[in-house]
Design a protein around this ligand. Structure first.
Ligand SMILES: [Zn+2]
Length: 669
């Protein structure tokens, strides 16, 4: 992480750093630490866009600046972008009322202007609206930010070191956005006790005497800052040989990355890495370090694949041809760590770090369970058990693994919602087909100009208009009402009882649910998982945007025991009730995976009917995936779907299928 931040500081054109990792790993502390290492900047006094007096932005909205303008020197800024920030706050706002009425452009700069020549830090970048992430990444790539409102535009320089941090357990970035971050790093807390002890020691020393603690690092910090400054001065002159471009291309092709962005970023990062090490030409160690940071998130992959890079493959690809700069300096990854690496101390290898970190995520997420009663062996379920432990303790319990996923039918919530943009159910959203206009109190994105003029036109005489300009009031402004698609909460309630445990059947069920999870990922849904078997139901995964966490839980789910259907339905109802309080705009879709049997406790069938009636009263959209197989069928799941007012789908019909299949299904229904 330190190396990635330093390279981005040396060369912001690399395009930002994305830091992924669990909570409590000092991600934010590290980013804030970087700010004090950046060289101070000289700026034109009074310019809100931080123009460099030596090279002012010719298009500066506060310009042009005179050659003898007053100059101030200030530290480089660290600007933190809050997750709830509006577009206006990020790129600045144009006062349209003034532009349309008085013909003057009044521009209020945003965070991108404030962060120019400094760092822009977005914590929880995965929770930021896609549209804003796009804007940020565009500005970083171009080094300029442009605001455009109905044909009026203002642009200013915005050369920022963009750093985003995220906890993947709380939801992934879309792959399209992931690819646009220059570098990514995975962070995990160290597992080495010595290293952990050192963290505690330093933290306690800091708490005892913060000033003295900082003073102890002052000279090391000054050295680092000087090294960054020197690397910045050097980076423009670093040579990258043609043969090395070919090597970069071979490495990128070897890892099957999409597009060309990986190649370009790797080249830039290698140059920055050479400058950081005081070299005038790129060597193999620079290429290797750059590839390790630029490629892992760009491999063609499925959201459930493990992160990281195959280091052996990387070395084979790098070594395919001799290095034109002679033998490498021998600096391996241990030597490239920048500030952290130089402090010494062992670091966990990338691969073991990942394995351990995913194990830890499992545990921490399991700690959030609790809305529904946990079974006695709940703790064991939350770990990915090996087949032997799964079947060793309880003879009747088996774990079937899912097969190859497939494209599924799209299940939707009926009616028109108003949830977050996504790709599932119909909804009034920020973008999409315009279906009307509505008044707005404040101007913002998506002004509907014809609607606004129509609203203002009848009042022109009364408002005393004499000249050519339109007399506009805030109340005239109209914004388009558009219909697109929303994302939903897809809550899976999966029967894992003995009647489902036949290996082939559980395989088919897991494959279907995994396919639906993949579909939910692509449609940007939140997902949750309730399982029921034995004597109780468990909220195995509280609603989250982390589809891969759901996939891991599902894959490790054992099956066996009686069928507490009523408990499963009530647990689902309770989970949905809580979620409605937390996130009222998001409409839920319940996917109930069952053969319809209820065999646990007294009056099992009667109680499950009552539970179904209660779920139906909440008005929730539901689909019953019918898992009953065999020659003699009871049709219980179909009866349950009628009771719930839910769609009924056979497990073998979850796949999208061909047009003919769809027609056949419609006819049968
Ligand atoms: Zn300026």
């Amino acid at each position: 992480m330190a190396l990635a931040l330093v390279l981005a500081a040396v060369s912001p054109e690399i395009g930002g750093v994305l830091v992924r990792g669990e909570k409590g790993t000092a991600k934010t502390t590290m980013v804030r630490g970087l700010a004090s290492l950046l060289p101070a900047v000289r700026v034109v006094d009074g310019c809100r866009f931080s123009c460099d007096p030596a090279d002012p932005d010719p298009a500066c909205p506060d310009g042009p600046h005179a050659a003898d303008t007053a100059v101030v020197t200030r530290p480089a800024r660290l600007v933190e972008l809050p997750v709830g920030a509006s577009e206006d706050r990020v790129i600045g706002s144009l006062d349209l009322q003034q532009a349309l009425g008085a013909g003057q452009i009044a521009y209020q700069p945003g965070l991108l202007a404030e962060a120019h020549r400094g760092i822009l830090y977005v914590d929880e970048v995965n929770l930021l609206h896609d549209h804003l992430v796009d804007l940020l990444l565009d500005a970083v790539a171009m080094g300029r930010s442009t605001v455009e409102r109905e044909g009026v535009s203002v642009a200013h320089a915005s050369r920022v070191v963009l750093v985003g941090t995220m906890n993947p357990e709380e939801g992934e970035l879309r792959p399209q956005l992931l690819d646009r971050f220059g570098l990514t790093v995975e962070v995990a807390a160290p597992r080495d006790p010595q290293l952990r002890a050192q963290v505690i020691r330093r933290r306690m020393a800091y708490e005892r005497d913060a000033v003295g603690f900082a003073a102890g690092y002052r000279s090391a910090e000054r050295e680092l800052a000087e090294r960054i400054r020197a690397a910045r001065a050097r980076v423009g002159a670093v040579r990258l040989a043609d043969a090395q471009l070919v090597t970069i291309a071979r490495v990128c092709a070897g890892f099957e990355v999409d597009g060309m962005r990986a190649d370009i970023v790797t080249a830039r990062a290698a140059v920055a890495h050479a400058a950081w090490h005081g070299r005038d030409a790129v060597v193999k160690a620079d290429l290797r370090a750059a590839a390790r940071l630029a490629l892992p998130h760009r491999r063609r992959r499925n959201p459930f694949d493990a992160p990281g890079l195959d280091e052996e493959l990387l070395d084979r690809l790098l070594d395919a041809e001799p290095d034109p700069e002679g033998p490498s300096t021998g600096s391996g990854p241990e030597d490239d760590g920048g500030p952290a690496g130089e402090q010494g101390g062992p670091r966990p290898s990338t691969s073991s770090g990942h394995e351990e970190s995913s194990g830890h995520e499992e545990r921490s997420a399991a700690g959030q369970e609790g809305a529904c009663p946990e079974p006695v062996d709940g703790r064991e379920e939350s770990e990915p058990p090996s087949p032997s432990t799964g079947s060793g303790q309880e003879g009747r319990q088996t774990i079937a693994r899912a097969g190859q996923t497939y494209r599924t039918r799209r299940f939707v919530v009926a009616g028109i919602g108003a949830g977050e943009a996504g790709r599932r159910s119909r909804a009034v959203t920020d973008a999409g087909r315009t279906i009307g206009v509505s008044p707005i109190g404040t101007y913002g994105r998506g002004l509907h100009l014809p609607g606004t003029i129509r609203a203002a036109a009848p009042h022109q005489r009364a408002r005393g208009r004499t000249g050519g300009g339109l007399v506009l009031r805030t109340g005239d402004l109209r914004r388009p009402v558009t219909e697109g698609r929303e994302s939903n909460l897809v809550l899976f309630a999966v029967d894992a009882s003995g009647s489902m445990a036949a290996r082939r059947r559980m395989e088919a069920v897991k494959t279907a649910v995994l396919s639906l999870l993949l579909d939910a990922y692509q449609r940007r849904d939140k997902v949750g998982l309730v399982t029921f078997r034995g004597d109780s139901a468990t909220l195995a995964l509280p609603p989250t945007s982390s589809v891969d966490a759901a996939a891991r839980r599902l894959d490790a789910l054992p099956a066996g025991g009686r069928t507490p259907l009523a408990e499963g339905l009530l647990c689902a109802a309770e989970t949905l009730r809580i979620e409605r309080v937390k996130d009222p705009r998001r409409r839920p879709l319940l996917v109930l995976v069952t053969d319809g049997r209820a065999t646990y406790g007294p009056d099992a069938v009667h109680r499950s009917r009552l539970a179904a009636d209660e779920l139906r009263r909440t008005g929730i959209g539901a689909v019953v995936i019918d898992c009953e197989t065999g020659r003699l069928r009871l049709g219980l799941a179909r009866l349950l779907s009628v009771r719930l007012g839910a769609d009924h789908v056979e497990v073998d019909d979850v796949a999208a299928g061909t047009i003919l299949d769809v027609v056949r299904r419609e006819r049968a229904a």
